[in-house]
Every structure is written in C-alpha cells, then in structure tokens.
Design a protein around this ligand. Structure first.
Ligand code: ZN
Length: 287
C-alpha cells in the first residue's frame, strides 16, 4: 500500500490581527486552520501598528510548529486603486506599497487587492489608473510578495468582474512575475460564472487560461453566495447556506486545477464552515 496522498486544498479562513500577531497565530492553530488571511492594518482606516520583533518571531514559530502556510494578506476593502480622485488614489498607492513591504516581514507570499471602482469615469480609464498604480508599486519594490488581483461580483461601478477587463489589466502590467489572481467563488458566481457545476467551472477555467493564463491562480476565497447566479450582488453566505451549496463547493474543491491552492473562508461563521469544508474534503480525498 502506498501512503502517497493526492494533493488536496489547504483549508483556512480570514482572521483578525487586532490582539497581536502572536494571538492570531495561536488562534489559527486552535481552530485547525492550515492557512489563513489577515488585514495588515485597521480594515476601516489607513493606520497600522508597527510590530515588535518578539511578536513577529512568536508568530513565525507558532506557524512553523503547526505547519500553517501560506499566510495571505488582504488590502482593506475601502482602498480604491482605480479611484479618479487624486487623494484616494495616492492613499491606495501608499497602502499597497506599505502592505507589500509588510508581507515580506511576515514571509507572507501573497497580498490580495480588489481592483476597485471606476467612480464617474470610464472603465478603460479606471483600468489604466490601476495599471499605473501596480506598475509604480512593483517597480519600486525589491521584495518578494506577489500582488493578487481578486475576481469581483461586478456590483455598482466595480471594475474587472469580466476576464476581458482582467485581460486588459494584465496586458499593461510589466512585472508579471509578481502578479497573480485570487479566485473568489461568491464573487464569480454573482458575476455570472456558474462555479457550482462542473461544466460551468470548466468553462470559467478555460476562459481564465485563454485570457490571462491559469498559472496566475494562487489563492481561492471559498464563500457560498447568498444571491442567485449573475445577480452582481456581493453577499457571502455560510458554506451550504447559499446558492452554490455543498455540492457546488465540492465541485470547486475537487477540480484538479484548484486542488493544490489554499482555500480561505470569508464567511461570518468561520469555525462551523471550516468543519463543513473538512467534511467535504474528506468525502472527496479520503483524508
Ligand atoms: Zn474574497
């Protein structure tokens, strides 16, 4: 009997760093997260706390001890890197630059960024502003962390909820070695991609491969979706309590192109959902 295991998704969730990095790491271990995501600053504002060396060291030790990786960082949602307003655009550039550096301090390989909103301008202008921001940040950075652009539901004036727009974005970015894609199951479903069925998911992954390249996929946000397919409404639901459902989540988890990626929950019911995901994984992979 061989005991070689098929690769299967690493399961984790979004956690707060409000009580300190060391507390976040022990919480991750306590709930059995194999990977996790954090905001590196106050999610509602621009400010951040400078971490103490001891806190960083304890954080890394706990993650090592429990085999927890990768750490994924996320830019706060209010940041708009495509903003037509100069002050908000400059704030976004500063926040992305700082958080990319802070990823390297934590040895977090990925920083997830929402592509933003076009405001009153055109989509093309907004994508151009985002391209300039990403080029500016990456060209001034000597670090390692990659910037992952998240797929969006297309709510309101959000840009890049289609892969034609993603393709336009990709074509303008120079440092593609530091660029990646974050697959959010709720956002994609709300954008009109039926990730719940094997046909729908295959078509989506083909489109991603044709328009930007499947190798850019680095992280999955695994959320059920409260509203129907193509609603363009971004409302995350607990696993099994939305329109994607347990079978749809299993469909995503067993896809060979996704199975080696970290799966991160962003639902209001993380501990219960982590259990549900483990059960789904066990039913697919027998471990
Ligand atoms: Zn997400």
């Amino acid at each position: 009997m061989s005991d070689i295991k098929a690769p299967c998704p690493r399961l984790g969730c979004h956690l707060s760093i409000g009580k300190g990095l060391d507390v976040t790491a022990s919480n991750a271990a306590k709930i059995g997260a194999e990977t996790f995501q954090v905001f590196l600053r106050n999610p509602r504002g621009a400010g951040f706390r400078v971490w103490k060396d001891r806190e960083i060291q304890k954080f890394k030790e706990t993650l090592n001890e429990h085999g927890i990786y990768p750490v994924v960082a996320h830019i706060p949602y209010i940041v708009n890197p495509a903003s037509p307003r100069d002050d908000l655009y400059e704030l976004a550039r500063r926040v992305v630059t700082e958080d990319l550096n802070r990823c390297d301090i934590l040895e977090a390989p990925y920083l997830v960024l929402h592509p933003g909103s076009r405001g009153d301008g055109s989509t093309e202008e907004a994508i151009d502003r985002l391209i300039s921001l990403v080029n500016n940040v990456l060209e001034g950075s000597e670090g390692k962390a990659m910037l992952l652009i998240e797929t969006m539901a297309g709510m309101g004036k959000e840009i890049c909820s289609t892969f034609d727009e993603m393709k336009l974005l990709w074509s303008g970015i120079n440092r593609k070695d530091r660029l990646g894609l974050c697959f959010d199951s709720c956002h994609l479903f709300a954008a009109g991609y039926d990730v719940a069925t094997s046909d729908g998911l295959s078509r989506l992954l083909d489109e991603i491969d044709n328009k930007i390249g499947i190798h850019y996929l680095k992280v999955v946000h695994i959320n059920d979706c409260l509203r129907e397919l193509g609603s363009h409404i971004d409302r995350h639901a607990p696993i099994g309590k939305g329109q994607i459902g347990v079978d749809g989540i299993a469909n995503i988890m067993k896809n060979p192109l996704l199975q080696e990626l970290p799966f991160i929950l962003e639902t209001p019911t993380i501990e219960q959902d982590l259990k549900t995901l483990r059960e789904i994984r066990a039913s697919i992979y027998n471990h």
